[in-house]
Design a protein around this ligand. Structure first.
Ligand SMILES: NC(=O)c1ccc[n+]([C@@H]2O[C@H](COP(=O)([O-])OP(=O)(O)OC[C@H]3O[C@@H](n4cnc5c(N)ncnc54)[C@H](OP(=O)(O)O)[C@@H]3O)[C@@H](O)[C@H]2O)c1
Length: 306
């Protein structure tokens, strides 16, 4: 297959590109050829800008994961604009290109995040049938909700031309990027502990399962629409903390109070203090089999490779 991937140099994208490399002809949209060569070698085609294309004719599939990192910097107005427009502008252009194609690629897999569901204090499992429009409460003024709602709508503009799958990605567990990488050092030093109340849901997924799910959606013609990219067993922050401490054989006595995080991170602290318990109903119904459905096994497998 000829596949166009945006965000291919990122934490998830790199693993996806490696999984697809052997059997596919890959083009990576990147702002930096040097970074792409460093991360992925020189065997892939690179594209610097989508404006170089007038259609997607010739591609069989598009996977869209690009976006300014959401948790790297404080959410100033300027940073929020970057987070939004890096996703929205690329996705807008991709949908336009799908709709301008004589023979559009047969599938468009586009990223989103479980932050679209807003904050939910209770442990009720949220699946893809959750009606976002009926819950006009404060959670829906959340920044992550607003970013993702538009990001998804823009990807769905290609739906008349192709099969669109949106993956609402959860907390991706891997050692080379994402939240776990940031948590490892404090936990290893014995400084890990629950965050805020510890009751907030953490809907995690092992990196191999996220890549597996994307490949499953790529090849499964019957799949379209929204898919939660999370393991079937979300846990509370308290249980996540215990499991990570156990996997690292480290104590987890040091709590991180909500107020300290608010002061240190501002609005960005929402990502740590709030959560939701997300369930991947549609992936399971479609027949995707998780390699790591349980957190303890997922963490043990990752720590083995340290
Ligand atoms: N990791 C997670 O736990 C998680 C959870 C939920 C959702 N997601 C979503 O899944 C996608 C991939 O996640 P990831 O962790 O692999 O992200 P990542 O490592 O931050 O990589 C994203 C890629 O996007 C491109 N990018 C970054 N800033 C950009 C900007 N300002 N404008 C245009 N392109 C930009 C970069 O490619 P170049 O530098 O090559 O251009 C980068 O390699 C992201 O959209 C993220 O929001 C991730």
């Amino acid at each position: 297959m000829k596949i166009l991937i945006t965000g291919g140099t990122g934490f998830i994208g790199r693993q996806l590109v490696n999984a697809l490399s052997a059997d596919n002809d890959i083009t990576i949209l990147t702002r930096s050829a040097g970074k792409a060569h460093l991360e992925l070698g020189r065997q892939h085609r690179l594209l610097g800008n989508l404006s170089a294309l007038s259609s997607l004719d010739g591609f069989d599939a598009v996977i869209n994961l690009a976006g300014e990192p959401i948790a790297d910097k404080r959410w100033t107005l300027e940073q929020k604009q970057k987070i939004c427009h890096s996703r929205w502008d690329i996705t807008t252009r991709l949908s336009q290109l799908f709709n301008a194609s004589q023979h559009p690629p047969s599938v468009f897999i586009s990223g989103s995040a479980i932050g679209i569901y807003g904050n939910h204090d209770d442990h009720t499992l949220i699946d893809e049938s959750f009606d976002l429009t009926q819950h006009n409460d404060a959670s829906h003024t959340d920044f992550a909700h607003r970013v993702c709602t538009r990001w998804e709508a823009l990807a769905l503009e290609a739906a008349n031309s192709t099969r669109v799958c949106i993956v609402r990605i959860g907390l991706v567990l891997g050692l080379n990027g994402g939240a776990l990488k940031k948590m490892l050092l404090p936990f290893k030093m014995g400084g890990g502990g629950i965050i805020g109340s510890g009751k907030q849901g953490m809907s995690w997924i092992h990196q191999a399962d996220l890549v597996g799910l994307i490949l499953f959606l790529l090849h499964n013609d019957k799949c379209s629409g929204i898919f939660n990219g999370t393991a079937p067993n979300p846990v509370s922050n308290k249980d996540f903390t215990k499991a990570l401490g156990k996997a690292l054989h480290r104590p987890t006595f040091l709590p991180m109070p909500a107020m300290a995080l608010n002061i240190a991170l501002g609005e960005l602290s929402q990502l740590l203090l709030e959560g939701q318990y997300v369930y991947p109903n549609r992936a399971l119904e479609a027949g995707y089999q998780f390699t790591y459905p349980q957190l303890s096994e997922a963490l043990a497998a990752l720590m083995q490779n340290q």
